[in-house]
Design a protein around this ligand. Structure first.
Ligand SMILES: Nc1ncnc2c1ncn2[C@@H]1O[C@H](COP(=O)(O)OP(=O)(O)OP(=O)(O)O)[C@@H](O)[C@H]1O
Ligand SMILES: [Mg+2]
Length: 254
């Protein structure tokens, strides 16, 4: 069992009459890729919003033994907890390097002072380290349009990693990739995790999720209805009924 980096306890979010997340207990360990799956509207993005401080929630969020749930999103980001946005594309008119720099931009009075002191630009090697980690080294001066879609998706992950994040929550980071590109993306993500980073992966691409996740959590109507290893989850009758359906992928009849 790897060292636990991220832990939520009884995390809950309510939007008016809708309980979007209900008492979610989840952990992500160092070097671990954990999947969060479930039908549309199950509450996956809401969970990422709640963990990273972008929506009001009750319950606990702990990163490496430090409680973050009272902090705003920027302080959580600086503590090492980062996210990507569902359908969050890169800024097409900025270079890759500028796209990553934006993610590190500070806000508030303190950043004003660092701006005045000229120390706000993130060091180039910080950015290059993140690009290297996701497998697109040396791409900092290029524009997203010059990269393949797969590489753009990896830069999206780098944008969350930059600045030394310990845990990244990726909201459908491989959306739009074909099967081959998605397999390649998964291999890069594995390398990211192998460096000791914790990854929470949300995706509807079951092949990707089943291939690269050590454990899965299944959400339905804001509730975790199952959790465990992929091989167990894919056979779980509750999960099949709520999300996976009964049809087995072609050629898989074990
Ligand atoms: N800002 C909001 N205000 C009100 N209701 C919201 C808000 N965000 C999400 N919801 C509701 O919360 C529930 C969970 O939505 P959420 O976007 O988290 O689902 P999801 O699992 O990410 O779905 P998808 O797979 O389609 O991305 C839905 O009923 C949704 O309509
Ligand atoms: Mg979502």
């Amino acid at each position: 069992m790897s060292e636990t980096l991220l832990r939520t306890a009884q995390l809950s979010v309510r939007y008016g009459g809708v309980v979007a997340n209900s008492g979610i207990d989840l952990t992500v360990g160092a070097g671990e890729i954990v999947g969060l799956i479930g039908p549309n509207g199950a509450g996956k993005t809401t969970f990422v919003d709640a963990v990273t401080g972008f929506t009001a929630a009750t319950g606990e969020v702990t990163l490496e033994e430090t409680r973050l749930d009272r902090l705003g999103p920027h302080r959580r980001r600086r503590a090492g907890l980062a996210r990507t946005w569902q359908a969050g594309e890169l800024f097409g008119d900025l270079t890759v390097e500028q796209n990553l720099a934006v993610a590190l931009q500070r806000t508030g009075v303190r950043s004003l002072f660092t701006d005045i002191l000229g120390r706000s630009a993130p060091p180039r090697d910080t950015i290059e380290a993140a690009l290297e980690l996701v497998g697109v080294p040396g791409s900092g001066a290029r524009r997203p349009g010059e990269l393949t879609l797969g590489q753009q998706k990896l830069v999206g992950v780098a944008r969350a990693l930059v600045g030394g994040s310990r845990v990244v929550l990726l909201d459908e980071p491989a959306a739009g990739l074909d099967t081959h590109e998605s397999v390649e993306f998964g291999q890069h993500l594995r390398r990211v995790a192998a460096s000791g980073i914790g990854v929470l992966l949300i995706d509807h691409d079951m092949q990707l999720v089943l291939d690269i996740c050590a454990r899965l959590y299944v959400l339905d109507f804001g509730v975790v209805i199952a959790s465990g290893e992929p091989a167990v989850i894919r056979e779980d009758p509750t999960v099949i009924a709520a999300y996976l359906g009964t049809a087995q992928p072609a050629g898989e009849t074990e």
